[in-house]
Design a protein around this ligand. Structure first.
Ligand SMILES: Nc1ncnc2c1ncn2[C@@H]1O[C@H](COP(=O)(O)OP(=O)(O)OP(=O)(O)O)[C@@H](O)[C@H]1O
Ligand SMILES: [Mg+2]
Length: 491
């Protein structure tokens, strides 16, 4: 086991990581930090939840010169929420050294960002669209940047982001250091990346599977119209600590979160058509546990690190194998276990097999839960909870229990109490528009490149790029106009 001390880091940084509760390095940290500190360009690929943020964050903090009040590092992320999260982590890592990181993302007041930029930012973490806006307004200077990081690099180099990234890179000095990180790195993208890097070192943490082994992966084959009741039953059976449910489109997310709320679950949705303050408040409530179900488009698929997410549901099977990897990776982070359940309609089974073959991991088939399963599952949970309470010996209703026992036998009383606790399945009618099955004409190969699957945007086969990209992801204006149907873009 390698500690951060073994990596020869400065005491400031060691103190910060120990405050954060990190004891030993993760493999990607061990393999990239020393190389990045030497100034090398590198591509780092490691599974979701294995500490890639600190793998690039620590070298940024170490090499930052706090006596110079200029921007020295730039980190680019695909979504606003991820920019905030990464900036937060960098601020923690840099707290004792005095390195200041500022997030710059869309949907937030320009003046406020300009003030933050003037106020000694050493590191900027931004989304491409807003960074370009600042560049155009000349409210940001990037020529002093020594290191640039593309977090979720494969996503950032896909159609839709690539032109913005090229524009931003062109504004940086040619002898900058370039670091790329992601859990997925299709070879086609890697080849593209190497073109604007300087002899990059490629660090891929060796693993048999693309996803981490501590995420149990299941699928349920069912008809579209069975999905919602199946979801509710599983939620009742498993009672997740926190769950993320991914839907294919924004409308789907709205309808699903409303339907769940109608059935009494604490659920809210997040997607790119919501105002930024709403997006932030929903995510905050989820992190605090005020709501325990987050319904999301792929806007929440990449990078988000919320502790306590025990379950991920693919209510609709994702279009891309990469998207599958990132979605399920919202659970099972930092060594924790998690469960991912994917719903698949009969016509989508072949797509599921493609995902399995690309991720080199079989999903376990699970049957559609029926009412009996749901009740039995709840009974099991309730019994477990009762036994835990007995174990803890913490009762507050003993005198009432004695009173009741004078009048009824214990079997009758316990059965009555259980009846109260076990919920009959809620069948409140809900309004959910049916999705057509996902049609992927030709399985796209994630390991060998090719972009066939991405262009699937025929009627009835909504492509997530087409439906969700516009505002969910935070992209500049230029690329959108050329390549996308612009109706779902704001400006
Ligand atoms: N060395 C470490 N020891 C313990 N926990 C760590 C360590 N490094 C990072 N973590 C924690 O692990 C969690 C996941 O880290 P992080 O978000 O950086 O993962 P990631 O590899 O970027 O995942 P993704 O591919 O989903 O973006 C975070 O909560 C982080 O604080
Ligand atoms: Mg990450």
């Amino acid at each position: 086991m390698i500690t951060f001390y073994d990596l020869g880091l400065s005491p400031h940084v060691i103190r910060a990581v120990s405050d954060m509760g990190f004891e030993t390095t993760t493999p990607i940290q061990e393999q990239t930090i020393p190389q990045a500190l030497e100034g090398r360009d590198l591509i780092g690929q490691a599974q979701t939840g294995t500490g890639k943020t600190a793998a690039f964050g620590i070298p940024l903090i170490e090499t930052c010169n706090v006596s110079e009040n200029i921007v020295q590092c730039l980190v680019i992320t695909p979504t606003r929420e991820l920019a905030m999260q990464v900036a937060e982590e960098l601020n923690k890592l840099g707290q004792y050294k005095g390195v200041k990181t500022v997030p710059i993302y869309g949907g937030q007041d320009f003046q406020r960002q300009i003030r933050a930029l003037k106020n000694r930012a050493h590191i900027i973490v931004g989304t491409p669209g807003r960074l370009l806006d600042h560049m155009n307004r000349k409210t940001i200077r990037l020529d002093t940047v020594k290191t640039i990081v593309l977090d979720e690099a494969d996503e950032m180099l896909q159609m839709g982001f690539i032109e913005d990234i090229e524009t931003i890179l062109a504004a940086l000095s040619a002898d900058r250091q370039t670091l790329l990180f992601s859990a997925t790195m299709p070879p086609r993208i890697q080849t593209l990346a190497e073109k604007f890097m300087n002899n990059p070192l490629i660090v891929k943490v060796k693993s048999k599977e693309v996803t981490v082994p501590n995420i149990a992966q299941q699928y349920i084959e069912l008809a579209e119209r069975q999905k919602f009741d199946a979801l509710c039953r599983i939620l009742d059976i498993e009672s997740p600590e926190l769950a993320i449910i991914f839907g294919r489109t924004k409308r789907r997310v709205d309808e699903l979160s409303e339907a769940l709320a109608k059935r009494g679950y604490d659920a809210e949705g997040i997607h790119g058509d919501l105002t930024q303050s709403k997006r932030e408040s929903v995510l905050r409530k989820f992190k605090e546990g005020t709501i325990d179900i987050l319904v999301a488009t792929d806007v929440a698929a990449r990078g988000l690190d919320v502790s306590g997410v025990s379950h991920v549901f693919n209510f609709d099977i994702p279009q891309d194998p990469e998207s599958y990897v990132h979605r399920v990776g919202r659970t099972g982070r930092a060594g924790n276990t998690g469960l991912a359940i994917t719903f698949v309609t009969p016509r989508e089974v072949s797509h599921l097999r493609t995902i399995e073959s690309i991720t080199k991991r079989k999903m376990d088939r699970r049957s559609v839960p029926n009412v009996v399963d749901a009740i039995e599952g709840q009974q099991r949970q309730i019994v477990e909870r009762i036994l835990e309470i007995i174990e803890a010996g913490d009762f507050t209703h003993k005198s009432l229990a004695e009173e009741l026992l004078n009048e009824h036998d214990s079997l009758t009383l316990v059965s009555a109490a259980l009846k109260l606790l076990v919920k009959e399945p809620n069948t409140t009618p809900v309004n959910l528009t049916e999705e057509s099955p996902l049609r992927v004409k030709k399985p796209r190969e994630f390991s060998k490149g090719g972009s066939k699957g991405r262009s699937t945007d025929r009627k009835g086969a909504p492509n997530r790029k087409e439906y969700d990209r516009g505002k969910d992801f935070d992209r500049g204006k230029s690329a959108g106009k050329k390549k996308f149907d612009n109706k779902n873009r704001k400006k």
